[in-house]
Design a protein. Structure first.
Length: 322
């Protein structure tokens, strides 16, 4: 498909990252829930629309049944005839086994499962321990960058202080440091991305990848999730369930779907490079891409005004972050 027909625009990741599509496709328990042919068609259509960033992590948990969604992604892009140079790969690195398992070993295993030798972006998972050596972590990431195994890196749901601390260590190690912060962001979860601590982080050139924008599908209308969804900082999921109906009413008034309204809202943040969502049906992908038309038609100020009453974690979650 020609470039003029691509409807998803690009934005820069950080100051040293690539230009990525403002909508990125995640893989958390998605491809392993689809018919293979449907997954190939969906990924092909996403690329045709201009989506170039695919978040593909290893999501299996020791002791639990294995998950092969990342392995399936490798087969999907091959079946779709998509060249490696035609998409950007974002991979996850988990901190629980580090440093006993090196970042390099973990990344090489993950890339082997996806069928490639490099990640354009890696995102470090949540910090769930008090003994993490950020100086050593920054040095190890700088080495991976220098070796060309990763293009750039970011963090997932870190505090603003931790982001700025590892950035200082990274610069000392010869790296540009984190380029993106993946943060929960939706009409209901706003305190951290919209707060003053992260405003300082964004002012230093780090951009945001908005994630969990529909609260595991709750804000898209699935108020009784049947599968695992993300953590609930502040314990506000009950309020979010209550807000879902009001958000759906606003969407209807605008001639849009709730999912489109949630995606469009996240794109109103000036530091968002890309919005990450999962899709297990072609209809979900097409619907979410429709958020771009909604944003253009209604405008960012009006969208933020209409959705302000649904801010559930205001005054509940510390804007500094975890």
């Amino acid at each position: 498909m020609s470039e003029r027909k691509k409807v998803v625009p690009l934005r820069r990741v950080g100051t040293h990252g690539p230009d990525v599509s403002v909508l990125s496709l995640g893989s958390w328990h998605t491809y392993d829930r689809m018919n293979f042919e449907d997954a190939v068609a969906m990924v092909s259509h996403a690329v045709e629309l201009g989506v170039n960033l695919f978040d593909v992590g290893v999501y299996g948990i020791p002791g639990q049944p294995p998950v092969f969604t990342d392995v399936l992604f490798s087969a999907i892009v091959r079946a779709a005839g998509i060249d490696r140079d035609d998409y950007l790969l974002s991979s996850k690195l988990w901190l629980e086994p580090y440093p006993e398992q090196s970042l390099r070993e973990q990344l090489e295993r993950a890339l082997f499962r996806v069928g490639t030798g490099r990640a354009d972006l890696v995102v470090l998972g949540d910090i769930r321990r008090d003994d993490l050596d950020l100086r050593r972590l920054a040095a190890d990431l700088a080495e991976l960058e220098a070796d060309g195994i990763i293009g750039c890196w970011g963090v997932n749901n870190w505090s603003a202080t931790a982001v700025r601390t590892i950035r200082d260590h990274a610069v000392h190690a010869g790296s540009p440091g984190p380029q993106i912060a993946q943060l929960k962001y939706s009409p209901c979860r706003r305190s951290i991305p919209d707060g003053a601590p992260f405003a300082e982080v964004f002012a230093e050139g780090i951009t945001m990848q908005a994630s969990d924008v529909m609260e595991g599908g709750i804000l898209a209308g699935r108020t009784a999730p049947t599968r695992e969804i993300g953590r609930d900082p502040g314990g506000v999921r009950g309020q979010i369930m209550e807000a879902a109906g009001g958000i759906a009413a606003v969407a209807a008034d605008l001639g849009a779907t709730p999912a489109q309204l949630c995606v469009a809202f996240t794109l109103t943040h000036p530091s968002v490079s890309t919005v990450l969502f999962g899709a297990s049906r072609m209809e979900q992908l097409v619907d979410n891409v429709g958020a771009l038309e909604l944003l253009e038609r209604v405008g960012a100020p009006r969208l933020r005004e209409l959705l302000d009453p649904f801010w559930a974690d205001r005054g509940v979650v510390d804007p500094e972050g975890p």
